[in-house]
Design a binder for this molecule. Structure first.
Ligand code: ATP
Length: 318
């Protein structure tokens, strides 16, 4: 399944100006075509580095995974899920783009779109919280990206601020699809059944949905739950369910025990109350969230969610 050792095929079409005939040249891209730079970050089983194409000068983030380590830690499955998911989502605006995959004796390489503005958690931490304009802007993109991946039959299952990267224009790019669930298409209806429930996974304590803790099953509504937690965090500066340890956090999630901070905007309270609902069937879905009054000035149909310039970042003030 992986591209030929150290190479990925790129087909370049060249039109002969005299004859008008199009010739297709197969160019093999490999590690040798990139210059590796600084380390951008470390994952639990990968290192991400800056890489620059020697040909074009274009910057990429290259995720390097050690094969021996992956096999030893039984993580091969997750790497394949990540690759397959990113390939399925490759035309989505709010999803980090996977350009090439290579391998050599020791490692697997993911050539990813470079997101130079870091992750969304760092933004929230830097400013403490975000004002309503910023919350509308970023949450609209996060929601639209979630809607897109659900339409493509993908449930992310670990949406959290660290997994939301920001590109050079401060546009949202969802990443970390290693624990995603790819839903198969129904042959007759040609649609994805997102209610297909999947087992055996735990995401991140603060953003995990009660249904996963209760019966260990989740469907696409777990991503909306996480969205609600993140929207809360934008205003409050911290996620709604947070305790000194994971066990206590899980207790709070199961009881849906959270409190709005003083001065929390009523309109966002109203939306969050309809998202942080224990029963996933009664929880709003992406379409219903998009229709909420909080997004009354947001047009999800004309591309403006992605084309509008970001507002200046400022914290929320009561
Ligand atoms: P884990 O897989 O253990 O949850 P992670 O999601 O942090 O960890 P990676 O996806 O391997 O792991 O990313 C490691 C770090 O590299 C990230 O925290 C981020 O700082 C940086 N990084 C990842 N992808 C990009 C990218 N496309 N552009 C810029 N920086 C990136």
């Amino acid at each position: 399944e992986w591209a030929e050792r150290g190479a990925a095929k790129i087909v370049k079409e060249v039109v002969n100006p005299e004859t008008g005939v199009t010739a297709r040249h197969v160019i093999k891209k490999g590690i040798k075509d990139f210059k590796f730079g600084e380390v951008l970050g470390d994952g639990s089983y990968s290192t991400v580095m800056l890489a620059r194409s020697i040909d074009s000068g274009k910057k990429y983030a290259v995720k390097v995974l050690n094969k021996e380590y992956l096999i030893r830690q039984k993580k091969v499955k997750y790497v394949n899920i990540e690759k397959n998911t990113l390939q399925r989502l490759n035309d989505g605006r709010g999803i980090i783009k996977l350009y090439f995959t290579f391998q050599d004796e020791a490692s697997l390489y993911f050539l990813l779109e470079y997101a130079p503005n870091g992750d969304f958690l760092s933004v929230i931490k830097k400013y403490g919280s975000l004002n309503q304009d910023c919350s509308v802007y970023y949450s609209a993109q996060i929601l639209d990206a979630i809607d897109y991946l659900h339409q493509k039959g993908v449930i992310h299952r670990d949406i959290k601020p660290e997994n939301i990267l920001l590109d050079k224009d401060m546009k949202v790019k969802l990443t970390d699809f290693g624990t995603a669930k790819l839903v198969e298409k129904d042959e007759t209806t040609q649609t994805y059944n997102l209610l297909e429930r999947s087992k055996s996974f735990v995401g991140t304590a603060e953003y995990v949905s009660p249904e996963l803790l209760n019966d260990n099953y989740v469907d696409y509504k777990c991503d909306i739950w996480a969205f609600g937690c993140i929207l809360f965090q934008m205003i409050a500066g911290k996620p709604p369910f947070k305790a000194t340890n994971e066990y206590l956090t899980f207790q709070k999630v199961m009881k849906v025990q959270y409190a709005f901070t003083a001065g929390f905007p009523l309109i966002i309270r109203d939306l969050i109350k309809q998202i942080l609902v224990k029963n996933p069937e009664q929880r709003l879905d992406t379409l219903q969230v998009k229709k909420h009054h909080f997004f009354k000035d947001t047009n999800f149909h004309d591309g403006s969610v992605w084309d509008t310039d970001p507002p200046e970042i400022a914290p929320y003030k009561i």
